[in-house]
Design a protein around this ligand. Structure first.
Ligand code: NAD
Length: 263
């Protein structure tokens, strides 16, 4: 598996934090050159970038594109190709969350979630695919969610966007079938990242319980394993989907959710 990915080039959106960072590190560990993307403190991002180069001996670059903007995604894809030398792997991972009942859901939050969590993947695929078609090899993987398969209340925009990602994945899987390019979605259950920490803090405040108790409450409610999925486990899943062994997996929505969607 390792030899087949060595020297390939990947762009991972939203990789300054959480799952995306775990995925970037997992690819770099296989010898893949990586383009890091996302927001955050400039010095902390530089530490992450330089740390990946040092630890894994690959090229790591950073591009701060706002992936909700098509022109910035186009520039990100072009920068990946020119700075790393190719674009073989596209990971559509960046995402945001906002919770509210649907009739109170703010219009601007709806638009922000749809553009960041769904339209961004369309932009990435649209601009990266020509590079992959030219090389007759490519891997497109989007971080969807269990919320691409099932719903929870208070998450209208997020659930709509994640279901949309899975629809887009199926279409691209069909349009690229047999071309050497595959397109899949990974559907994690709860992963303990800054995105989820905000929801844990809200539960702790609402229920007047400790953050530790809120964490247990959140994971136990939906995830039968009662254990968080980790960015490292998701990174290993991603590496498998990028490998030659996964050539016939395309258009799929693959869960890693401690049993959440088995219920
Ligand atoms: P996170 O908040 O730790 O990371 C999100 C990343 O996206 C950060 O790097 C952030 O800077 C970046 N980002 C946000 N908006 C951006 C924009 N407009 N342009 C560029 N970058 C932007 O969150 P996470 O939990 O690691 O989430 C990553 C993905 O995993 C998201 O798509 C999320 O929906 C999905 N997901 C998370 C969980 C979970 O439990 N944490 C479960 C299922 C799916």
């Amino acid at each position: 598996m390792a030899d087949s990915l060595k020297g390939k080039c990947a762009v991972i959106t939203g990789s300054t934090s959480g799952i995306g960072l775990g995925m970037a590190r997992a690819l770099a560990a296989q010898g893949v050159h990586v383009m890091i993307n996302g927001f955050g403190d400039a010095a902390a991002i530089e530490d992450v970038r330089a740390g990946i180069e040092k630890e894994f001996g690959v090229k790591a670059r950073y591009n701060g594109a706002d992936i909700s903007k098509p022109d910035q995604v186009e520039a990100l894809i072009k920068a990946t190709n020119s700075e790393l030398g190719s674009i073989d792997i596209l990971i559509n991972n960046a995402g945001i969350q906002f919770t509210s009942a649907v009739d109170a859901f703010p219009l601007d939050k709806w638009d922000a979630i749809i553009s960041t969590n769904l339209s961004s993947a369309f932009y990435g695929i649209k601009y990266a695919l020509p590079f992959m078609r030219a090389k007759k090899w490519g891997r497109i993987i989007s971080t969807a969610s269990v919320h691409g398969l099932v719903a929870s209340p208070q998450k209208a925009a997020y659930v709509a966007a994640k279901h949309g990602i899975i629809g887009l994945t199926k279409v691209v899987g069909l349009e690229t079938a047999g071309s050497g390019i595959t397109c899949n979605a990974i559907c994690p259950g709860w992963v303990l990242t800054p995105l989820v920490q905000k929801q844990i803090d809200a539960i702790a405040a609402e229920n007047k319980i400790s953050v530790e108790a809120a964490k247990e409450k959140l994971v136990a409610e939906k995830q039968p394993s009662k254990q968080f999925v980790t960015p490292e486990e998701l990174g290993a899943y991603l590496v498998f989907l990028c490998s030659d062994a996964a050539t016939q997996i395309t258009g799929s929505a693959m869960t890693m959710d401690g049993g959440w969607t088995a219920q």
